[in-house]
Design a protein around this ligand. Structure first.
Ligand code: SF4
Length: 307
């Protein structure tokens, strides 16, 4: 190590022919050294298009798995293997199978926030940016949708299909923390502010928001809006990217403690060690990979209409 971690990471990145992808919820310093910062869909697309030999994924388990599914010729690394998504863990593959047996005539759409094994049992994957569009593409009246109950409610409002949330109440432990009263109180203090919320928030929070969308959609809305102040109802990490994109306006977190501890496990030092020791490799067994890839491809095929 030279004493300058950022330079060391850049040097190793060239040596390993690596690309660094960071989710919008990563620590500011990790976002700053990444080649690309974005949401699950953007990072999936980026992972699918890169010609790098190594993908260093600063995100949680299911994201790195998705990168591995889309790039079976590349090495995918995650700096800290404890970075899991608790919501993804709420819907194991066995549970998807049980629901399939219970609703034999239904299609299954799973949020990208699921593990590869669960994806292998679904008909299509979606992100928060395209949940309703993907549900609408299914050729069944009833669609099983999981694991996020809140996102299921949001998708329900944009489709005529009957949506059955699986499991009964899956949730993101971070977005569940937002509440309507706190946002209304903030709106009173800042009546000129626009409220931008993620659809993983409870429906009553989305109800009082001026705009509801994925982190990439929130980012784009902040770039084009005429508002000078924004109340942000999603994980606080996005605010770093928002401030870089629009330094001329004010961003107010709707809840300052909305922090995904798993996302924050990756540090610059771990990024460095990951590239140095080529650890921790994320792999998906071939038979699961093929099935999960089909479900991810259904989502990617619709990307032109989604961005
Ligand atoms: S913010 Fe929520 S959904 Fe995203 S990784 Fe963390 S726990 Fe999972």
């Amino acid at each position: 190590m030279s004493g300058n971690l950022v330079e060391d990471i850049q040097r190793l990145k060239v040596k390993r022919k690596a690309v660094i992808l960071a989710h919008n919820y990563q620590r500011p310093e990790v976002q700053d050294i990444a080649d690309f910062v974005g949401d699950s869909l953007e990072l999936s697309l980026c992972a699918a298009q890169t010609d790098a030999k190594v993908i260093l994924f600063c995100g949680v388990d299911f994201m790195a798995e998705t990168a591995a599914i889309l790039n079976n010729d590349k090495t995918v690394l995650i700096p800290d293997r404890n970075a899991i998504c608790p919501m993804a863990a709420m819907l194991p593959a066995e549970l998807v199978q049980l629901y399939r047996e219970k609703y034999p005539n239904s299609k299954v759409v799973l949020y990208i926030n699921t593990l590869a094994e669960a994806k292998a049992h679904c008909d299509a994957v979606c992100t928060s940016a395209n949940s309703a569009e993907i549900v609408n593409r299914m050729d069944s009246e009833t669609v099983l949708f999981g694991p996020d109950w809140n996102l299921a409610q949001y998708a329900k409002d944009h489709t005529d299909k009957t949506l059955v949330p699986i499991p009964k109440f899956g949730f993101c432990p971070v977005h569940i923390l937002f509440n309507q009263e706190a946002i209304l109180a903030l709106k009173k203090l800042h009546p000129d502010a626009e409220v931008l919320a993620h659809p993983e928030c409870p429906p009553e929070v989305c109800e009082v928001a001026d705009f509801v969308g994925s982190t990439s959609k929130i980012y784009r809305q902040a770039l084009v809006s005429k508002a000078r102040k924004f109340i942000i109802a999603t994980e606080v990490g996005l605010i770093h990217r928002l401030k870089k994109g629009r330094g001329d306006v004010t961003f107010i977190p709707a809840y300052e403690e909305a922090v995904c501890a798993h996302m924050k496990l990756h540090t610059l030092e771990k990024v460095y060690l990951s590239l140095k020791h080529m650890r921790y490799e994320v792999t998906v067994p071939p038979q699961i990979m093929a099935l999960a890839r089909n479900a991810v491809d259904v989502m990617l095929e619709t990307r032109e209409t989604l961005t």
